[in-house]
Design a protein around this ligand. Structure first.
Ligand SMILES: Cc1cc2nc3c(=O)[nH]c(=O)nc-3n(C[C@H](O)[C@H](O)[C@H](O)COP(=O)(O)OP(=O)(O)OC[C@H]3O[C@@H](n4cnc5c(N)ncnc54)[C@H](O)[C@@H]3O)c2cc1C
Length: 381
């Protein structure tokens, strides 16, 4: 026992971040920009094999359904920060991050029973948000040969998407340039020692002033060290790419079933929404769902999957993220349950996390996302 303790390396940092998806990396970047020493730990490869790598990178009006809700407000404020934030990362890393105002077409087939009602739901949301600019038409002009004339389509010209994998690569490089230290291994223990947090790895103890838990759908495994639990519902999403068959930079959404997002000369086709599925990886169900749903709307498009993958989103019952301190002496923060909008909210989320750490007023009122709210975190002892 004595011998193994003697071999343990001891390290100290200002901020320790657990989980290297877009949320953890954004928080790391924000802390580094404040000249903090930061260590990021992931049990797997940072920026890979997680929801962030699997995502489509869309920022669209449909993703936050409750308009005027705190999440919707956070989303809008965060997306406004995006151009400047991406510019900093891109310049620092010398990696281009495609961020494209391609617009988005929402297609509803009135020849189907759910077509009209889903169209009305979209409008009841959109009409309440006067800022949304849109036009109506039968079909997207570039899909005239594929869709029936029983369709109704709403086009939002001001919607964006980014290349999430390019962003991950660029933000990793930027953090590296700014001095981030990283570990890619399992955590063996976490201890709240009052004035600091101790993380135990196989051969190392790391002590930090603050710890930020950003382990996506898997945050529950870490919360047990603090005697808390959180009922995260995993929602698996499977996607493929197919050859790009239309000549437009626009995204297209079909009802709530399917979307297409241009990525160079391919189209991302997504996604399944499999609640409570923890099993990772692409499978036959994903392939069949995507093939059948594509053909349900456009029977004459060839389903020729080029790449296939899957990821796990996290959501909790009230559909709001969980963001804030979890311990009394305000040294441990959690940021999770970002469901379908992790990329969209990343810049503002990271800003707020750093402000909490610095004991400043957050740029956004986080009270609706408080981990201690009803039906979020609960004590296990
Ligand atoms: C198919 C799909 C499509 C999506 N499309 C979009 C989209 O178009 N737009 C959008 O904004 N969002 C989209 N999302 C959602 C978005 O991807 C997530 O909201 C976001 O990636 C969440 O980021 P995260 O950093 O919280 O989690 P993750 O990216 O899952 O990262 C969590 C990290 O924590 C690590 N980890 C877990 N447990 C531990 C542990 N015990 N110790 C150390 N590390 C640990 C994991 O290895 C992982 O790297 C999509 C998601 C999916 C699956």
């Amino acid at each position: 026992m004595k011998e193994s303790r003697a071999q343990m390396k001891e390290s100290r940092v200002d901020t320790l971040i657990i989980g290297g998806g877009i949320i953890g990396l954004s928080c790391a970047l924000e802390e580094l920009r404040r000249n903090k020493s930061v260590c990021l730990i992931d049990r797997s490869s940072i920026g890979k094999n997680n929801a962030s790598w699997a995502a489509a990178g869309t920022m669209v009006v449909r993703d936050v359904k409750k308009f005027f809700s705190p999440l919707r407000r956070m989303y809008v404020q965060s997306v406004q920060m995006m151009p400047e934030w991406l510019d900093f990362i891109s310049k620092n890393s010398q990696i281009e991050i495609p961020f494209i105002k391609g617009g988005c077409y929402y297609v509803y087939d009135f020849g189907r029973p759910e077509g009209e009602s889903e169209y009305k739901i979209l409008f009841s949301q959109v009409n309440r948000e006067l800022a949304s600019d849109y036009t109506e038409m039968t079909r997207p002009p570039f899909l005239e040969n594929y869709l029936p004339d029983t369709c109704k389509t709403v086009y939002f010209p001001n919607e964006y998407y980014l290349d999430n994998r390019a962003l991950l690569k660029a933000i990793i490089k930027t953090c590296d340039n700014l001095g981030l230290s990283t570990r890619e291994e399992q955590i063996e223990g976490v201890e709240d020692q009052g004035e600091r947090i101790k993380i135990t790895l196989r051969n190392e103890n790391i002590y930090a002033q603050h710890c930020v838990i950003t382990a996506g759908a898997w945050c529950g495994e870490l919360l047990k060290y603090f005697n808390y639990a959180l009922d995260i519902i995993p929602v698996k999403g499977q996607m493929v790419t197919i050859p790009k068959f239309y000549d437009s930079p626009a995204m297209v959404f079909f009802h709530r079933d399917l979307y297409m997002v241009p990525r160079q000369n391919q189209l991302l086709l997504g996604s399944t929404q499999e609640r409570r599925v923890w099993e990772e990886g692409f499978n036959d169900f994903g392939e069949q769902y995507l093939r059948n749903t594509l053909h349900k709307y456009m029977a004459n498009v060839k389903f020729e999957a080029i790449q296939k993958w899957a990821g796990i989103r996290s959501i909790i019952k009230d559909r709001y993220p969980v963001m804030g301190f979890i311990n009394e002496n305000k040294s441990v923060i959690i940021s999770t349950a970002h469901y379908k909008v992790g990329f969209a909210v990343a810049p503002l989320c990271a800003t707020c996390m750093s402000q909490l750490i610095a004991n400043e007023e957050p740029a956004f009122d986080l009270s609706a996302f408080n981990p201690q709210r009803e039906k979020a975190l609960y004590p296990t002892s």
